[in-house]
Design a protein around this ligand. Sequence first.
Ligand SMILES: Nc1ncnc2c1ncn2[C@@H]1O[C@H](COP(=O)(O)OP(=O)(O)OP(=O)(O)O)[C@@H](O)[C@H]1O
Ligand SMILES: [Mg+2]
Length: 428
Amino acid sequence: MQRVCGVDFGTSNSTVAWHDGSQVRLLTLEDDKPTLPSVIFFNADLDEVAYGRAALTAYLDGYEGRLMRSMKSLLGTSMMEGHTEVQGRRLPYQQLLTQYMAELKRRAEGAAGQGFTHAVFGRPVHFVDDDAQADKIAEQSLQDIARAIGFQEVAFQFEPIAAALDYESRLSSEELVLVVDIGGGTADFSVIRLSPQGRAKIDRQDDILSNTGVHIGGTDFDKYLSLQHLMPLLGMGGRLSNGIEMPSANYFNLATWHTINLIYSQKVVREIQDICRDIADAELKYRCECLLHLIEDRDGHWLALKAEEAKIALSSAPQVQLALERLRSKTQRIPVELSIDQWQLQAALQSLFVQLNATIALALKQAAVLPDQIDTIFFTGGASGVRGLREDLATLLPRAKMVQGDVFGSIGAGLAWDAHRRFGCLLP
Ligand SMILES: Nc1ncnc2c1ncn2[C@@H]1O[C@H](COP(=O)(O)OP(=O)(O)OP(=O)(O)O)[C@@H](O)[C@H]1O
Ligand SMILES: [Mg+2]
């Protein structure tokens, strides 16, 4: 049996797949599901660590501790050198990532009934935009972590190419395909020639006509929605007595999945307490006190989950009602039920859509193909279903057929095909 697998470490969800000798399979990682949400929770009350859905549940149940989501967004940033704190204990971010990845491997091996020594890891086209050095560091960090958890051989494949390989495994004739992969952290677009004959080739450089990406994904949709509609409920945009606007940095950290924990530091809490004390306007003072209460209860991730919930609901419904039952000050609770509609979501995400459409245009330009030459648009990634994008693509590429891949599984499966081709034949 081979000891080879493909690992899709995602910003929001991770998968592991392997070729079991007859076919590629995604491995079961949690509760009969092939995904393990990329979440870790250090439960200080129970002195234990939880992963995936169980981590989110423990956090939402109100256990004291530290939750971390969107850890992949730390790769290539200076935060990788830093740490978060829980009950006086330092938890370096590097350790958080390593611990999560070790658990991912352990679960995959448990499901496969054997250990894995060789892996192809997925990587976005850019971990970090417009900074080749930081991008290199990000890949190196992932490589180091992969070694630390026991992989002897590690290769990398671009996530959209992996998605293309998954689609190619089902093709019976040649197609020119635009792969659209919009995940939690990044959006990647590749133009690639796929065919049944191509499956056997290891080097696909001639078939990859372009490979572009931008660091925008579903977690940014949550962030922009939150900044527009949730953060003002906590005072963002309000004017202090001296006419100056409430400092915005804390709101940005609170609206960004991987920086939420920064707001829990003593220094930040003292800073916000000082601001609250000096506010004269009763409404703004209440909002500022709600912010303090939210920090005290460590409800930052709860609020981010509310933004995500609204975004997902608006993929299929024209309007959503959000119950924000945890928003309150220490002494007062004014129930908040927020209504957000399609139009408001699109308006909040407008600037991100401009960047996504520009990146798609670049993918086509770099490939030097005319719009009517593209046969197929292949969609994968949880955020690829966001309203508006498909309509734009249908106008841009009117002749192309749209194929929906496995939203959460195509990349893992494609990585396993790649791993099978690269390493499979080398091993007993
Ligand atoms: N129905 C939906 N509509 C819009 N967004 C959705 C929907 N379902 C899930 N998402 C979003 O998709 C994202 C997760 O997608 P996915 O699991 O493909 O990302 P990932 O692979 O972990 O991230 P990346 O590849 O960028 O590292 C999240 O932001 C989630 O909120
Ligand atoms: Mg992904």
